[in-house]
Design a protein around this ligand. Structure first.
Ligand code: 13P
Ligand code: SF4
Length: 319
């Protein structure tokens, strides 16, 4: 605890000295969430992280999350310095959708509007007509479908299938997956629901269809938090990264949150539903980045300009 407190004090001092603000995702360590909030920064979902970084006056943004979040911040604020505690923090969706193969996929479907999930590289975003996060994906595709457009979706297959089921849009989809949410198991979840019949089930839409089918609320990390605050229940089962439990519990002291099962053998795996890349973010990395400038996110300016077009469209749509 002594070392942790010393690191936190160092970070607070460095944030002031370097004209910096912290932007953290709900899945990173509670220390990084609390530090962001206590020092004028933000803890939120990927959509609001992007907007906050763009609009904040600080010269330096410290983005705790995964690479695409830092890249999106840099694309929206090319003149700011964007630092990450660990630049190797990636995402299976980003890694599973290389720009060259994705470009060939788009070339094979020239009649389709390209809608890309935020969890992608700058090069993939540069090929998109629209960017979406899970908090606006349904509304964007619904609007495009109402306009008669056919969709090419990438890269998360579960989120894509969910959007297709909900909107009825004509979609072809890349077949990527989130290694964390892909592991939630419907059969085990049903057993858990039987043990907790009064519990409400909150599910992130990167989860498989049979898990989503058991949900009382489906949505982004922010939507899950809102549902937990608004629903009149005492117990909740949560199918998303366990990092989310920190905010769920601190904002809902009278309610109980239970992790959804990721194991198919009857045992709840306590640490499976935690993103290994989100876990790479730590206090030491933040302090080191602020002190030395290590972990600075670089995006080729010309590529950034192209990638910004679909991101701006999303931010205007959700403003
Ligand atoms: P949100 O946009 O819901 O924050 O999700 C980001 C993410 O990486 C989920 O796994
Ligand atoms: Fe990517 Fe899944 Fe990790 Fe989110 S939880 S950053 S989608 S691997």
């Amino acid at each position: 605890p002594g070392e942790r407190e010393e690191l936190k004090a160092r970070i607070r001092r460095l944030l002031r000295e370097r004209d910096a603000v912290m932007v953290s995702h709900y899945y990173v360590h509670p220390d990084l969430q609390d530090l962001a909030e206590e020092n004028g920064g933000l803890v939120s979902d990927s959509l609001e992280m992007a907007r906050f970084g763009r609009d904040h006056a600080a010269r330096t943004l410290v983005v705790s999350g995964v690479r695409f979040m830092g890249e999106t911040s840099k694309i929206l604020s090319p003149d700011k310095r964007v630092l990450m505690p660990d630049l190797d923090a990636n995402c299976s969706l980003d890694l599973g959708c290389p720009a060259d193969a994705f470009s060939a996929f788009c070339d094979a479907h020239p009649d389709r509007t390209v809608v890309v999930y935020a969890n992608t590289s700058a090069a993939v975003k540069a090929r998109a007509d629209w960017l979406v996060t899970s908090s606006c994906a349904l509304d964007v595709v619904r609007a495009l479908h109402a306009d008669g457009q056919k969709i090419l979706w990438a890269p998360d297959r579960h989120l894509g299938d969910y959007i297709r089921r909900e909107t009825g849009a004509d979609m072809v989809s890349w077949q990527g997956a989130c290694i964390v949410h892909d592991e939630f198991k419907a059969l085990e979840l049903e057993l858990l629901i039987k043990d907790h019949p009064a519990a409400r089930v909150l599910v992130h839409p990167e989860s498989p269809a049979d898990v989503i089918a058991l949900a009382d609320a489906v949505g982004s990390t922010s939507a899950i938090l809102n549902a937990a605050r608004q629903m009149d229940a005492k117990e909740f089962i949560v199918a998303t990264d366990t990092g989310m439990l920190h905010k769920l519990r601190t904002l809902n002291p009278g309610k109980t949150f239970i992790e959804a099962p990721t194991s198919g053998n009857g045992a709840t795996c306590k640490s499976c539903a935690h993103c290994p890349w989100m876990a790479m973010n730590g206090l030491a990395g933040v302090a080191h980045a602020l002190e030395t400038g290590a972990g600075e996110v670089q995006v080729d300016p010309a590529l950034g300009l192209r990638a910004r077009v679909p991101i701006d469209r999303m931010l205007a749509f959700t403003a």
